[in-house]
Ligand binder design. Structure first.
Ligand code: URA
Length: 256
């Protein structure tokens, strides 16, 4: 293993906790714990302040006496089944998405989250810069959901969803409804949104007088869930990783 001076962090300054987690080896919370527990040395000396600002270039960090160097970047897509929490641990011992990562040797974290009752595409990576580019609100990356809702909604509600509805945390950005099918008492359609607020699709449907019965994320920007079986992982292709890094699919314009 090499020291940090061989990495690509340049001369940027970061806190110790952030510097460790950016190596792609563990979460920031774990990095903090390691430092507080006195397990980390910086240039041979124990450092106990996770908020210490450092210059990345030249710092030699060790954990339990082993030099820390950047892990290989890992990018994965999971088909999350319903019933799994997007968290690393649950005090109530419920199933989490980490239960589906068994055999995955490198530490990775979910990129964004899905509700316990939502299924579909969830990305994982140990590349925190790439992940934050995807989850940043300003990325305006399109997430597409397959929605089943009841009661069914009419053209006025569809127009409201597409224009943006007012939620308790503010108005939503314009959304796109497609493949709308009206059944007896319920409807099924795809909804594309460019935000990732908490329970956003469920709250948007509630705002137009309906209720989500089933929700599955079928795409994140250029990455499609496709026929990935429920509960299974696949590595992202280099093209998918690159396209997500440069901002995903171009934003849709109405009528475009
Ligand atoms: N919107 C929701 O309501 N839930 C999700 O899990 C994702 C988007």
């Amino acid at each position: 293993m090499g020291s940090l001076s061989g990495g690509n962090d340049g001369a940027q300054r970061r806190t110790l906790e952030r510097m460790i987690s950016r190596l792609g080896l563990c979460s920031r919370a774990s990095a903090r714990e390691f430092v507080l527990a006195g397990r980390v040395t910086l240039d041979g000396r124990v450092v106990r302040d996770p908020d210490l600002w450092l210059r990345a270039a030249g710092a030699r960090l060790e954990l339990d006496g082993r030099v820390l160097s950047a892990a290989e970047a890992v990018y994965l897509a999971l088909h999350k089944p319903k019933g799994y929490l997007t968290t690393s641990s649950d005090p109530k011992q419920r199933k989490t998405v980490y239960d589906l990562l068994e055999g995955q040797a490198t530490w990775v974290a979910p990129v964004g989250r899905l509700d316990q009752d939502t299924s579909g595409l969830l990305l994982f990576s140990n590349d925190s810069d790439w992940a934050s580019g995807i989850t940043a609100p300003e990325s305006e990356l399109e997430k597409r959901y397959r929605v089943r809702a009841a009661p069914s909604i009419g053209p006025a509600a569809i127009a409201d969803l597409e224009r943006g509805v007012v939620l308790d945390d503010g108005p939503t950005r314009p959304a796109f409804v497609s493949e709308f099918r009206d059944y007896n008492g319920y409807c099924v359609f795809e909804l594309a949104i460019t935000e990732g607020r908490n329970r956003q699709v469920r709250r948007m449907l509630a705002a137009v007088g309906s209720k989500v019965q089933e929700l599955r994320r079928v795409a994140i920007g250029p990455v499609e869930l496709g026929d990935l079986p429920s509960g299974k992982l696949r590595p992202l292709t280099k093209t998918e990783v690159r396209r997500l890094r440069v901002g995903g699919a171009p934003r849709r314009t109405r009528g475009g």
